[in-house]
Every structure is written in structure tokens, then in C-alpha cells.
Design a protein. Structure first.
Length: 239
């Protein structure tokens, strides 16, 4: 079964745009789990423009499924937070400072030593580690050499080509990368620009995916369809 982890960053963005505490991020974290999500994902950034470090601390005690914290492990503040919170999973993303959204995976060959050292810190604490990578076999093999438990395939290119009607072309490199990851014993997550239109096709071609993390599209759909209904509709795409 491929699990659905709901990224609630956009809920925090909406809250922060007005000040105050509406919508309440903690309540949304409770509700997405109650509505059927298999996990909650947050991605705190240094400027705290959406999820705040205080939010992460408040959310942890109400997690009844799985908690995934994404972020840039070059920031010591992020490493310290993850070690403090002890989530089920940490996803390492190579964001630059001030980056609007994640837009590329790790060069796991160039940064092998750094990633190996950092991953060891989290694994020593008993935290499952996933590395954000592009669908390139060399990067998957490089990830395997770091000692990570999983990779997260960066799916922006897939979503863009799928939307252009190039379905088979869109999914082909992801299938190749996922097959190599499976051969190497890596778990496989996926995320970025996945939505109700393209998710089922990806799942059909990589049925052994462990997890998808979806935020922006799911929250946008929830504006029209309601949060509970939207989560169930996304879960159906993964069935």
C-alpha cells in the first residue's frame, strides 16, 4: 500500500497571511489524520514563512499516524529540531536559503560524504531517513551509498510532462529510477506537483511506492471539495 502523507505547509501560509490562528494548524493536523491520511508532513524553513518551528513542536504530540519533517539539513537549526522532535521520518531536501519551493534533488555523488555523515546522525537517533532525488539512476545509486533508508523522487518534471499529454514519456525515467532503487533495497517516496489528475498513473507504473507527500494541490482541491472528501479522493488514486 502506498501511504498518503499530507503536507500542511499551505495551511500555515494561509494562517500567516492574516495573523492570528485561523486556520488552526494543529487542528488541521488532527483532522487530516481523522479524515484518512496516513501521515502529516511539514517543511519548516528558516524564515518560518509557513510552518513555524513552534508548530512542529505542537504537532508532534497529536500525531497518531506518521510524522515526516522535510527540510535543508545544512541548517543546524533544522538538525537540532529533528533530533528534538524525533519524527518517524526526516526527508533531506537541498533547498537554498529563501527558496520559494523545492526544485531539484540532491547530487548524491558530489555530496556523498556530507550526506553520509548527516544521515548517520539521524539514523543513530532511530529516525528513518529519505533523500530528495531526481529520477536519475546515478543519483539513486549515489543515494544508496550514503546509507539512507529511502529516496523521495522529485516529481515536478513528471507532472509537467503529464499535463502536456506526454504520459508515457513523463513516467519512464521514474519507473527506471524506482526499479533501480528497489534493486538496491531502498524504500521509495515521491512528491512535488502530484495531484488528482496525475497520481493514479504514477501509482499504476510504480505500485511499490511506499509513500507520496502532497500539499499544495490537495489544499487547493479542498477549497472546492472539502478537506475530508479531498483526502478520500486522493486515497482512491492510490488504491
Amino acid at each position: 500500500m502506498t501511504k498518503l502523507s499530507v503536507n500542511i505547509n499551505k495551511i500555515a501560509t494561509l494562517r500567516n497571511s492574516r495573523g492570528g490562528d485561523n486556520p488552526n494548524v494543529l487542528q488541521v493536523a488532527k483532522d487530516v489524520q481523522r479524515f484518512g491520511a496516513d501521515g502529516v508532513t511539514v517543511h519548516p524553513r528558516p524564515d518560518e514563512r509557513h510552518i513555524r518551528y513552534a508548530d512542529v513542536r505542537a504537532i508532534k504530540p497529536i500525531i497518531s499516524t506518521e510524522f515526516n519533517i522535510e527540510g535543508n539539513c545544512r541548517e543546524q537549526k533544522f538538525i537540532d529540531l529533528v533530533l528534538e522532535i524525533q519524527p518517524d521520518q526526516v526527508t533531506l531536501v537541498p533547498d537554498a536559503e529563501g527558496q520559494l519551493t523545492s526544485d531539484h534533488g540532491w547530487d548524491t555523488v558530489k555530496h556523498k560524504d556530507y550526506l553520509t555523515e548527516t544521515i548517520a546522525i539521524f539514523k543513530k537517533a532511530g529516525i528513518r531517513v529519505s533523500i530528495f532525488v531526481d529520477p536519475v539512476v546515478e543519483m539513486v545509486e549515489g543515494a544508496s551509498a550514503t546509507g539512507t533508508d529511502r529516496i523521495e523522487l522529485y516529481t515536478e518534471a513528471y507532472a509537467r510532462e503529464y499535463a502536456a499529454g506526454l504520459h508515457d514519456k513523463a513516467v519512464a525515467p521514474y519507473v527506471t529510477a524506482a526499479k533501480r532503487a528497489r534493486e538496491l533495497g531502498l524504500g521509495i517516496n515521491a512528491g512535488h506537483d502530484l495531484d488528482m489528475h496525475n497520481l493514479k498513473f504514477l501509482k499504476q507504473h510504480i505500485p511499490w511506492m511506499d509513500e507520496v507527500s502532497i500539499g499544495h494541490a490537495l489544499v487547493c482541491d479542498a477549497v472546492y471539495l472539502g478537506l475530508e472528501n479531498t483526502i478520500q479522493l486522493y486515497k482512491r488514486q492510490l488504491a
